[in-house]
Design a protein. Structure first.
Lengths: 614, 616
């Protein structure tokens, strides 16, 4: 435990790769064949200068008869190399692409199993970065990394004996330059890399000053701080200019060192090779072949540094991916027995449920106070219950626990007498349809959005539910009707339209339990009445357990029972009349809703035709 | 001012094939002009750089044909020394050319970036409403970076490559024209092969870009709507959809890998074919005594000089095209003009702080305005607010309340009627002076992720000035936020998180009030300033607001009832017109819109059971 050897430091990385070996080892044959072909490529690549040497020596000796066949051999070798080079690269770079493909699939499949609590801690941007940047780093490692690394190895291993054969002394001189060049290059490229991060950092600062100032432009302009901010932006741009220029100078150095190696190589061959030629130690052919061999090594030499970078970045990326892939859902526990997939019938029952939003993926020290206190509620099939209460009363939380968006303690929520924790999650969610408050639509067409829960639903059913949700007429007014795309590439829908479409999506499914969270918040009173009437006509609430969080009077009128919640507790349950008679809180909420509707009507009539641009 | 920002849409997909190159370069000229000396200088230096590089193979040839053939060691050393000298000169000059041209390029980029920022800063709120901030940030970072890349990797280095190729070709023709012709033929063949393969590969890349965008959009959406995906049990189906997209992406990428491999490998192959040709022609010529070995070797070296840059040439051309496309996008923004007439822009006013403190007498006379010319948002609004008095403006969302404020602060000018401050038409006041006298506080006004002191002073110099600290503390204590700020790490120098997310709504509000008090305006506008406040800061906010309103002309928009009741005037806006106006008691007696509004909010704001309601 005292020594911290490099081997120890590397082992966790290797262990991480080993953990996901099934992904990488699937391509072991492609890698093996690719490497063999790569070896063949390099062999031919060394044979060509050797053949050139023979041709030149023949020319020098005046034997021109064999010129054509000898050149034919070079042409044949070149053709073989062409085939091998393409094959090896295609195989090995292809492995990189396939690894990328497999990793993406694995990541997405795993992310589909993670609960909302995970997504609340890991924002979309972060997950996108895993999916794009880190997966790409592994593609580079398994594609370019392997190819370049082995190419360098093979090129050196094969060229060196040939060069030594021609002239050990010349080889020695040439390789005196190479290590120095490699050392200089790694030195400068190390600095380039470090400085590159610094430049990126400053660019990040430029970007965040721009982001902040564009967002806060109203403040800047109102307080007349344009000149101050102009200076700030110029200062940061100037800093970026300086840092970037430093980087550019380093890159120029790197470029020049690489070019210098070639020129120096030629100089060495000229001086030492010329001397040996005069002494009759090497032939003119060997002289030319040597230049060619040296030339061919410059690329593999430069590739050394890149390979190391790719290994480092790929390893770091794999560790980040491992963090995603080893996160477990907090909704299912291995000890829960969920093999019984029969659908229970009967009432929805909540027994003494206390709940708080503790997040196992977030800050473990953060203790959240309970948002539901000892909630008990029983709803029989066919019953429609409305939950009423102010902000933070716990209505949404209560609804979201029934389809188990968050973990529910054992023995608290039952359907048909069966604890929902004993049901498989997909089975439970087949029983329960929950329409959350935010109207999330996907950027596909309207038809697919409405049929999201039942993709095989026919057009007849889709138009029916759209009519019930009072959105059909508007859809028919679009040029492409139900094929109209929603979102960035399609049309922009109003909040009300989105909400009614999500309602249509929810009622298309005929679940055992229907949960609607504030389904009419963006719908005006008149349309709301229409929808309620249509829902009743369609018998949506019949034979179903329906739970709606809303204050809308027309919905309350339709409900069998009203549940009044306050600060996470159920304060009272009863009919509208009972609650009106007994509960001052309910009276207040009711009166408020009444006045809101009235004011809403007055204001709405008085709205001008054009709103200001938002 | 008729400008249609709505039609100003730029496409992210923009392909780089059809660029109006010349026109664009003309637009860039004002930024290039100041640095033309550097550019001309590096162009001139390019001549000796090219010549010295072309000279090197000539020395090799001389060495082979002269001293080496004759066995003259001294001659060999002499030529090697000459080679070394010319090489040294070449690299020293090349370093300077590269650095000089890069400096010029980066200075142009710097000027363009800051000029672009300055221009954007002069544009009105309407522009910021319609343009996503992300797009602006992309322009000023990514697109400017593309331009920078164009200068650093494209630009001059492409000229350098072309100069070398030209020089080498001339040298080859001078050495042996038949062989030069053969090599030149190979250059054409290689270029043609590259062009064919590259065109294929470019098509593949365009498809890839579309596929990758689709894949990313799919993921992005699925991550943000994961709860819907899971609630509707779409996991299996979405996985299948994703796999299909991913598979498509893989296939097209494998194709493109094939093109890329074929490209580099074919160039390598054709280079060898060129070698064979040189050996053949050269071999026969040497056999016939018409050529020397030195010429042959020099030919190899020249061929290398040509084939090496040939491979990168097309890539550099792509970089230049991307740079030009970015210039196009950036320049598009320069056609947008600020809506307040030039000459009155804020920069034309002295940088001194408050020049004149106005009294703050506001008078609207028959004010009419519409964002689109023929659809007025406000019509015939008139009212008079004496200095130090307060008026509450109420009305439904979109009735035009906020528009009145934008007219008062001259983010827009009235279409009809006029607005007077202290009896003077605001169009006759310099914008900067007007705005210095008015502070608008909005509900979630912007807090920068800078220090508390800087958020109040809005000036980095004053924020860091120790002499300014007593004043800052005084302001903070006036809004009762001093203890709160001293609890933060670093006190007034504590750097806030993005948009002040580490503070509560009430705490943010107090800082905004402190900002306003620090700037000491004659006129104060509170635009829905206090609607979302946590109970523990509520009394402080109330107190700070009173403090702030004292001795200032105040306009209140959509406030809590207690504040509205106390306003000297209440203006009810409906359909862009003044529907009712008067004091609280007068309007309640009228039993119109205000009376209804009042009854609703009375219940909303006087909780019976300690419950806040989420009803709007």
């Amino acid at each position: 435990m005292r020594t911290f050897t490099p081997a120890n430091r590397e082992s966790p990385a290797i262990r991480t790769f080993w953990k996901y070996r099934h992904i990488f080892l699937a391509y072991r044959w492609s890698i093996a064949v690719g490497l063999l072909v790569l070896l063949a490529t390099n062999t031919v690549s060394v044979l060509i200068p050797v053949q050139v040497q023979r041709v030149i020596d023949d020319i020098a000796a005046g034997e021109l008869d064999s010129l054509a066949p000898a050149l034919g051999i070079i042409l044949a070798l070149a053709a073989v190399m062409l085939g091998c080079r393409i094959a090896s690269r295609w195989l090995l770079f292809g492995v990189g692409r396939k690894v990328e493909y497999a990793l993406r699939n694995a990541l997405y499949r795993h992310l589909l199993t993670l609960p909302p609590a995970y997504y609340s801690v890991h924002p979309t941007g972060e997950l996108m970065s895993r999916m794009i940047n880190d997966v790409q780093a592994l593609r580079f490692l398994f594609g370019g990394g392997i190819t370049l690394g082995f190419n360098t190895l093979f090129a050196y291993a094969l060229s060196l004996p040939v060069m030594l054969h021609y002239s050990p002394r010349l080889t020695l001189f040439a390789f005196l330059v190479l290590p120095v060049a490699v050392y200089l290059m790694s030195l400068v490229s190390g600095r380039v890399k470090r400085h590159y991060f610094r430049v990126q950092e400053v660019l990040g600062d430029v970007s965040s000053v721009a982001q902040e100032n564009f967002s806060g432009m109203a403040v800047i302009q109102s307080y007349v701080k344009e000149q101050t901010e102009d200076r700030r932006f110029s200062d940061i741009s100037d800093r970026y200019y300086r840092e970037y220029l430093k980087l550019i100078k380093m890159r120029v150095w790197l470029f020049l060192i690489m070019a210098l190696v070639t020129s120096l190589g030629i100089l060495i061959v000229l001086a030492e090779g010329g001397r040996e030629y005069i002494l009759g130690l090497i032939s003119p052919g060997a002289f030319v072949a040597f230049v060619m061999l040296l030339e061919k090594l410059s690329w593999p030499t430069a590739a050394m540094g890149w390979t190391v970078t790719m290994i480092q970045q790929g390893t770091a990326a794999m560790e980040r991916l491992d963090q995603v892939l080893s996160a477990k859902s907090n909704l299912t526990r291995p000890d829960q027995k969920t093999h019984d997939s029969r659908f229970p019938t009967g009432p929805l029952e909540i027994r003494d449920l206390t709940f708080h939003y503790d997040n196992p993926y977030g800050d473990a020290h953060l203790i959240h106070p309970p948002v539901l206190h000892h909630v008990s509620l029983k709803i029989e099939p066919g019953e429609t219950v409305v939950i009423v209460g102010g902000v933070g009363a716990g209505k949404s939380t209560l609804l979201s626990l029934i389809p188990k968006l968050y973990p529910v303690p054992d023995g608290k929520v039952f359907i048909g007498g069966r604890d929902i924790n004993t049901m498989p999650l997909p089975g439970l969610r087949e029983l329960v349809t929950f329409m959350p408050q935010h109207s999330f639509l996907f950027s596909t067409d309207i038809r697919r959005n409405i049929a999201y829960g039942q993709p095989e639903a026919g057009m007849e059913l889709i138009t029916e539910v759209a009519e019930t949700a009072a959105v059909h007429k508007e859809v028919m007014a679009f040029d492409t009707r139900y094929e109209t795309l929603v979102g960035e590439r399609g049309i922009t829908l109003s909040g009300g339209q989105r909400q009614r479409m999500t309602l249509a999506r929810a009622i298309l499914i005929e679940p055992r339990i229907l949960l609607l969270d504030d389904p009419f918040s963006n719908v005006d009173a008149h349309t709301e009445e229409d929808i309620i009437r249509a829902l009743a006509e369609r018998k949506v609430f019949e034979n179903k357990i329906t739970l709606i969080a809303t204050h809308r009077l027309s919905v309350i009128r339709h409900a069998d029972r009203v549940v009044l919640m306050d600060e996470g507790r159920i304060v009272a349950t009863g009919s509208h009349d009972e609650l009106m008679a007994e509960q001052p809180l309910y009276q207040r909420l009711h009166r408020l809703e009444h006045l809101r509707a009235e004011l809403d009507a007055v204001w709405r009539d008085s709205l001008p035709e054009t709103e200001e641009p938002v | 001012m008729s400008l249609d920002i709505a039609t100003f849409e730029d496409e992210e997909s923009g392909s780089v094939s059809s660029i109006r190159d010349i026109g664009l370069l003309k637009k860039l000229w004002p930024y290039v002009r100041p640095h033309r000396k550097l550019l001309v200088g590096s162009l001139l230096l390019l001549i000796p750089v090219t010549l010295s590089q072309i000279a090197l193979p000539v020395i090799v040839r001389r060495a082979i044909d002269g001293p080496m053939a004759a066995g003259d060691f001294n001659g060999l050393w002499l030529l090697c020394g000459g080679y070394f000298l010319i090489m040294a000169v070449h690299y020293i000059l090349k370093y300077h050319v590269m650095v000089m041209s890069q400096v010029a390029g980066q200075r142009i980029v710097y000027d363009l970036r800051t000029g672009f920022y300055r221009h954007l800063q002069s544009l009105s709120p309407r522009f910021y409403h319609r343009t996503p901030i992300g797009r602006l940030v992309t322009r000023i970072t990514n697109d400017v970076e593309n331009l920078s890349e164009m200068f650093s990797s494209g630009g001059l280095s492409i000229l350098m490559d072309l100069a070398i190729i030209l020089g080498a070709v001339i040298a080859m023709f001078w050495l042996h024209w038949q062989m030069a012709l053969a090599t030149f033929g190979m250059i054409l063949v290689i270029s043609a092969v590259m062009e064919v393969l590259r065109r294929r590969s470019r098509d593949a890349y365009n498809t890839i870009r579309v596929k990758v965008a689709a894949l990313n959009a799919f993921l992005q959406e699925n991550f943000s709507g994961m709860d819907v995906v899971q609630l509707y049990r779409r996991e299996e189906k979405n996985y299948r959809d994703f796999e299909e997209l991913n598979q498509d992406n893989l296939k097209i990428n494998l194709n493109s890998v094939l093109y890329d491999c074929s490209l580099t490998s074919s160039v390598e192959f054709l280079t060898i074919v060129a070698t064979i040709l040189i050996l053949w022609i050269g071999g026969v010529a040497i056999g016939a005594g018409g050529m020397t070995f030195g010429v042959l070797v020099a030919f190899f070296l020249y061929a290398q000089m040509i084939f090496d840059p040939l491979e990168d040439l097309a890539e550099k051309y792509t970089i230049i095209q991307a740079g030009l496309a970015s210039i196009d996008k950036i320049m598009g923004f320069f056609t947008l003009q600020p809506e307040i007439p030039a000459g009155e822009t804020v920069s034309s006013v002295s940088t001194r702080s408050v020049s004149t403190r106005l009294d703050g007498h506001i008078r609207f006379e028959d004010v009419t305005f519409g964002y689109l010319e023929h659809t007025p948002v406000v019509r015939g609004i008139s009212f008079d607010l004496p200095p130090g008095r307060s008026a509450a403006i109420i009305g439904p969302t979109g009735a035009g309340k906020t528009t009145l404020i934008k007219l008062l602060t001259r983010f827009y000018d009235v279409n009809g009627g006029r607005i007077l401050i202290d009896g003077k038409d605001i169009r006759e006041l310099p914008v900067a002076e007007l705005r210095r006298n008015i502070v608008v506080i909005q509900q979630d006004d912007f807090l920068f992720s800078r220090s508390v002191a800087e958020n109040i002073t809005l000036d980095p110099e004053k924020a860091g000035d120790p002499e300014e600290e007593p004043r800052l503390r005084e302001v903070l204590s006036q809004v009762q936020a001093l203890d709160l700020v001293s609890r933060l790490e670093g006190g007034i120098h504590h750097v806030l998180r993005e948009r002040g997310r580490n503070l509560s709504g009430g705490e943010r509000q107090l800082l905004l009030f402190a900002r306003a008090i620090y700037h000491d305006p004659a006129i104060l506008v509170l635009d829905e300033a206090t609607s979302a406040i946590d109970p523990h800061t509520e009394t402080r906010v109330q107190h700070a607001m009173e403090r702030l309103m004292a001795e200032r002309t105040t306009l209140l928009i959509a406030h809590r009832l207690s504040t509205i009741e106390q306003a000297d005037q209440i203006l009810v806006i409906s359909q862009g017109q003044l529907a009712e106006s008067g004091s609280h008691t007068e309007l309640v007696r009228q039993d119109g819109l205000y009376a209804r509004f009042y009854r609703y909010h009375e219940i909303l704001e006087h909780p019976a059971g300690g419950v806040k309601s989420d009803v709007k």
